[in-house]
Design a protein around this ligand. Structure first.
Ligand SMILES: *Cc1c(COP(=O)(O)O)cnc(C)c1O
Length: 850
């Protein structure tokens, strides 16, 4: 018989144990070893059974066991200490508090919007890298004391769970998540649940809000699955990335518009400081910009003024150079949704996201474009990705060089306390009383230098063994569900063998099956009697991506062959619980995307923190921080346009490096059986690379480069200033077509001695604008054969005077610093201290060519 309703019996903890529920509802337990150990000791067997979920543990611990603990003095003492530690963590002065003392302009609060958050497996509200990154962002913000509030959606089915059928084809399951069994609380105003209203295609939808505490950081998640909504509206938050474009659009309206409203309600009810900065993590959250404009217009601003205020505080991060990865909606559907959205003129709303540039489609509403136009500051997620994004979105700022496009970069990082294996983390604990520049984020990054080779190598062996235990458990389950024999599983993988990891989404640019290009060569590597390798693979393909599923199947069928079985294994259902033991268990982390399509990639960082070397195409972060001390680069054959030939060449390099460099280095042992060169690489990777690839570094970069400037800009456009700025922009836009650099003057000869002061001058028609509104600049650079300028240097010119016909004379001198072939031109750009840069308005008047 099926139940028609469910109810939850809440555990009643004996009075002395009550603080346990506080520990369980703050997700800091997920990265705090002491808290986890405390939960583990409540009932070790049950702790394993509930898969390290404190909430479930407390719900299921038998009451006689609880009674014993309630009288166990040592346990109670530990509990007290753990709670005191949490309190100190929640209230103490951390990095941000110190930083803000020296930078009083720092933001009071930041709203951080993301379609997915991957924090712990008990809250499966993520699909892959983007979500894990957002989770790590919140955790590191918490550890650093950065005042952030996260905003997302609560998906009733989360993302799908993956299994395989007998032939290796991906199967998807969508288990129902019950908020009552999760460490979340409903946002309430007194006794009443707070319900967020949002008009979606004419329907009045309401969303309840779940709040989860991520250390110091609250995360709000909107959920439309409530009785008050008609059936179809309850399905809005059914699953992450589940539906068609229309469904995505609806979810994004809820996230952006509803998310802003939930944030307002949360601040009102809790008394939390209201954000000054709003960060859209990828385009999914872009509609928050429209809601902010609406808020300002409701208080009397016109559209342009409201837009200036919104832009000042909005930060947009783009996460993909793959065009198909960017949300693009039919513009008519956006018109249907946002017509009558408060006082916003619909045409202006549509113009914000319309692809009105060369190569764009004006019938499309592009969420990345909206992000750039509704925010003054934007970034990519690695240096290379910043560069690629500047090229990709160059059309939004025509008239400027791609290098000047105002998209910067903050390289992603990972939350080390989540991702470093506990045994290694313990080795990196600072010695008491020790302090120095190498100690930050609670770790001593040079600690491994004090650890002997033997200790380090045995720690790595434990990490490999733990991973193998996890893998065998999953392989057993997988064989059972596939209906195939598992008699080989107990011997699968070997803790002494050189172990490669390769786990990623099934997206085709990631080239899951590149390593299968020459199956016989791979088999020789796997089966070498003296120096074998083994490979652990995982990854989900999007349910609608049959190509990706085909690649997984190809991989699984390869691994099913008897001569390699147990040496190359595919572990289904890649998620945080699989990932956490996987990275530490690997010696080499492999990544072979089609360069430059991997925006950053973070799995290699997680592996590196555990002493694994990277073997990767120099894409994303590995382009920036590759160093032979930390691993190997697979040469990218970007010059070859035939994809098959390119794959073949890159695959060959991959095999060559493994065979000629990696295998000998790993198996070359000293008289104690230790791979000294390998251990050196492990130490270098953790010690030198470790501190750079941290989420705490990333979050402080955001605070310094983006959040604080955005907070400053926000305050600068308070009051009348926003309207003045909007009026000034209108004036400049209207005059601009006639602003002209009429003539340049130079006494420059073809050859100039290094160190000489070179004079430049130009006559400019400002067409009624004055020299305060317009910056006139010499633009210098190295020239190539086609006269294109590179490595630009911009030198402002000063006004000398204006002639009787209203033409102004500007001049500057520049020191000829470097030898080589130089070129120059003169241009005029709008100038205003409230602009984030010369390029912001996309307007430039460049001197006519000869
Ligand atoms: C880190 C991680 C990812 C992202 O890895 P990429 O290298 O960015 O592809 C995806 N899924 C899980 C479970 C992860 O832990």
């Amino acid at each position: 018989m099926r139940a028609i309703r469910r109810f939850i019996v809440q555990p009643v903890l004996p009075e002395p144990l009550k603080p346990l529920s506080r520990l369980a509802t703050n997700l800091r337990w997920s990265w705090n070893l002491d808290t986890r150990a405390l939960f583990g000791d409540i009932d070790p067997a049950l702790w394993e059974e509930v898969d390290h979920d404190p909430f479930k543990l407390l719900a299921r611990t038998p009451s006689d066991r609880l009674d014993i603990l309630a009288h166990d003095k040592r346990f109670l003492r530990r509990l007290e200490l753990t709670v005191a530690d949490l309190d100190e963590y929640l209230t103490g002065d951390l990095w941000f508090q110190k930083w803000a003392k020296e930078h009083p302009e720092a933001p009071r609060t930041i709203g951080y919007f993301s379609a997915e958050f991957g924090i712990t497996k008990v809250l499966p509200q993520y699909s892959g890298g983007l979500g894990i990154l957002a989770g790590d962002h919140l955790k590191a913000a918490s550890d650093n004391g950065v005042p952030i509030i996260g905003v997302g959606l609560f998906y009733r089915h989360g993302y799908f769970r993956q299994s395989l059928n007998a032939s290796g084809w991906q199967q998807e399951r969508y288990p129902v998540l019950d908020a009552n069994e999760m460490p979340v609380t409903q946002l309430r105003d007194g006794d009443d649940p707070v319900l967020i209203p949002v008009q979606i295609f004419g329907n009045e939808v309401k969303a309840q809000v779940w709040v989860v505490q991520v250390g110091r950081v609250p995360l709000l998640m909107l959920d439309t699955d409530i009785d008050a909504n008609p059936g179809p509206m309850r399905e809005i938050t059914d699953q992450l990335y589940g539906g068609d474009a229309e469904h995505r659009l609806v979810q994004e309206v809820l996230l952006g518009v509803g998310g802003m409203r939930a944030l307002r309600e949360y601040c009102r009810v809790s008394g939390h400081a209201v954000p000054e900065v709003y960060h859209a993590n990828e385009g999914h959250a872009g509609f928050l910009g429209l809601e902010r404009i609406r808020e300002y217009m409701e208080t009397g601003d016109d559209f342009d003024t409201a837009l200036e205020r919104t832009r000042a505080g909005n930060v947009f991060t783009t996460h993909t150079p793959v065009p198909a990865g960017i949300d693009r909606f039919p513009i008519d559907r956006v018109r249907d949704q946002f017509s009558g959205f408060g006082p916003l003129p619909i045409d202006r709303v549509l113009d914000l996201g319309r692809e009105t540039y060369q190569g764009g489609d004006p019938g499309i509403y592009n969420m990345a474009v909206l992000g750039f136009r509704a925010g003054q500051r934007a970034n990519g997620v690695s240096e290379l990705h910043g560069e690629v994004s500047r090229e990709m979105f160059h059309g939004l700022w025509p008239g400027f060089a791609a290098a000047e496009v105002p998209i910067g970069s903050v390289t992603n990082g990972v939350h080390h306390l989540t991702w470093i294996h506990p045994e290694l983390l313990n080795l990196m604990q600072p010695v008491v009383g020790d302090s120095g520049p190498q100690i930050h984020d609670g770790c001593d990054w040079t600690a491994l230098n004090r650890v002997g080779d033997q200790t380090l190598w045995s720690a790595k062996r434990h990490m490999r063994t733990a991973m193998i235990e996890m893998a065998r458990k999953r392989l057993h389950a997988s064989c059972r569900s596939r209906g195939i024999s598992s008699d080989w599983v107990d011997d699968a993988l070997d803790p002494n063998v050189l172990t490669f990891g390769f786990a990623r989404r099934g997206a085709s640019y990631k080239r899951l099956t590149l390593m299968l290009s020459d199956p016989e060569r791979l088999k020789r590597l796997l089966n070498d009697p003296a120096t074998p390798i083994q490979i652990v693979i995982a990854g989900k393909a999007h349910p609608a991506d049959n190509v990706g599923k085909g690649l997984i199947q190809q991989m699984v069928q390869f691994a099913d062959q008897e001569d390699v079985r147990g040496k190359i294994v595919f572990l289904p259902d890649y998620d945080i619980s699989l990932a956490r033991p996987l990275y530490p268990g690997c010696d080499v982390w492999m990544n072979n995307p089609l360069r430059p399509l991997e925006a950053c990639g973070t799995s290699g960082m997680k592996a590196a923190l555990n002493g694994a070397a990277n073997l990767s195409v120099r894409d994303g972060w590995w382009d920036e921080w590759y160093d032979p001390r930390f691993g190997w680069e697979i040469p990218s054959a970007e010059g070859i346009s035939d994809p098959t030939a390119r794959d073949a060449q890159e695959a060959e390099s991959l095999y060559d490096i493994i065979e000629n460099e990696i295998v000998p280095k790993f198996y070359n042992r000293d008289s104690h059986g230790l791979p000294t060169a390998w251990l050196k690489m492990m130490r270098d990777t953790v010690q030198i690379l470790g501190p750079k690839i941290l989420a705490s570094r990333m979050v402080s970069d955001y605070v310094e480069k983006l959040y604080t400037p955005a907070a400053v800009s926000s305050r600068q456009v308070e009051g009348q200033a926003a309207a003045d700025l909007a009026a000034w922009k209108r004036k400049v836009r209207a005059a601009w077509p006639k602003v002209q650099v009429r003539r340049v003057e130079s006494s420059l000869s073809d050859r100039v001695a290094m160190g000489a002061e070179v004079p430049f001058a130009a006559w400019v028609d400002l067409d009624g604008l004055n020299a305060e509104d317009v910056g006139v600049q010499v633009v210098l650079g190295q020239v190539d054969a086609d006269d294109w300028l590179h490595d630009l240097e911009i030198v402002p010119m000063t006004l000398d005077g204006t002639n009787e016909r209203g033409i102004s004379h500007f001049s500057a001198t520049v020191k000829a610093k470097d030898p080589g072939s130089w070129g120059w031109t003169v241009r005029a750009v709008p100038k205003n201290p409230l602009l984030a840069g010369d390029v912001e308005m996309g307007l430039a008047a460049v001197a006519p060519g000869e």
